[in-house]
Design a protein around this ligand. Structure first.
Ligand code: NAP
Length: 295
């Protein structure tokens, strides 16, 4: 057997695979659905909005994919169970689950209402947990399956402006790390991806809400296309990677700040001081301009 054929036959995802993707109508979820469908998998997409799901399904079907959709809120445990049962009855047992449904709401802690804290946790954390609870018993029984979650670089360290979002991403990481150890003996692979900013509607929604301090902090980080995250998801599935932090600079930062947490705070404090100084000078220049106009 030549190397090329051996490599191909080692693939996990193929025409016998049924992949369920939450958040599959947009951004990272949709990019992942495209890549899995390109490998021949039957894909099932979960999101709340039917029109978005229909658009995504039509696009995937136009490239020959077999697609079924379910319009449910992932934070609703009972609805998720029902949707997964329906998708399994139509497309077969779930071999791959990718949990990419998520929302965001950055802003200064003192200015945020209470709701985003609850909503983000409900959607991002419980909306990750419930689909996993729905598919894992069957994976354990079959001794086979892949569960891949989307955390974030802000799940690796607390991040200025993300007090409502970072905790949910930490929670996802905690869930996947714990679950990985429990499910590995059953032949079920569990992995999670930590991307930096990704160019999706989620990212566009954040822009007007982001504090200047975060923008300054993030200015050195590249914004990734969603396809880059989807490639990491496929890699985690195929090569059983547990944690994938995307971007070399981010991997270095995670390693450094993990070893020396005070280095992160030292760096962020410098950034915050710089932004506050800039804001102060800006206000003074404006006040001086107004005073000159009055004279
Ligand atoms: N974009 C980034 O910069 C970035 C960076 C790091 C991590 N992430 C994470 O990556 C994941 C995907 O984000 P994205 O950037 O691809 O966002 P996106 O393009 O806005 O897509 C979000 C998807 O989740 C679905 N969704 C949202 N709330 C839902 C709910 N309650 N129930 C069911 N489906 C729901 C949306 O559809 P409906 O609205 O129709 O429900 C949509 O399909 C999120 O967990 C996000 O935190 C994103």
């Amino acid at each position: 057997m030549n190397l090329h054929r051996r490599k191909r036959s080692a693939r996990y995802v193929g025409p016998d695979t049924h992949a369920i993707i939450t958040g599959g109508s947009s951004g990272i979820g949709l990019a992942t659905a495209r890549q899995l469908a390109r490998r021949g998998a039957r894909v099932s997409l979960i999101a709340r909005t039917k029109s978005g799901l229909d658009r995504a399904a039509a696009e995937l079907e136009s490239h020959g994919a077999t697609v079924v959709t379910a319009a449910v809120d992932v934070s609703d445990r009972i609805a998720v169970d029902g949707a997964v049962a329906e998708l399994v009855s139509r497309q077969g047992v779930c071999d791959v689950l990718v949990t990419a449904a998520g929302i965001t709401h950055p802003g200064y802690f003192r200015e945020l209402a209470d709701e985003p804290f609850r909503e983000v946790m409900d959607t991002n954390y419980f909306g990750t947990l419930w689909p996993i609870r729905s598919v894992v018993p069957s994976m354990i029984e079959r001794g086979n399956g892949r569960v891949i979650g989307i955390s974030s670089i802000i799940g690796m360290y607390g991040t200025f402006g993300y007090t409502a979002v970072s905790p949910a991403k930490f929670a996802i990481r905690g869930l996947f790390e714990s679950l990985r150890d429990e499910l590995t003996p059953y032949g079920v692979h569990v992995g999670y991806i930590c991307p930096p900013d990704v160019d999706t509607p989620h990212f566009a929604y954040e822009q007007p809400l982001l504090p200047d301090e975060y923008k300054e902090f993030a200015s050195a980080m590249a914004v990734l296309p969603p396809e880059r995250v989807a490639t990491a998801v496929v890699r985690s599935i195929e090569r059983r990677k547990t944690r994938m932090v995307l971007g070399t600079a981010n991997r270095v930062a995670v390693a450094t700040f993990g070893l020396i947490p005070s280095a992160l705070h030292w760096y962020v404090d410098r950034v915050v001081r710089k932004v506050r100084r800039r804001r102060h000078h800006h206000r003074r220049r404006k006040a001086a301009g107004r005073a000159t106009q009055q004279v």
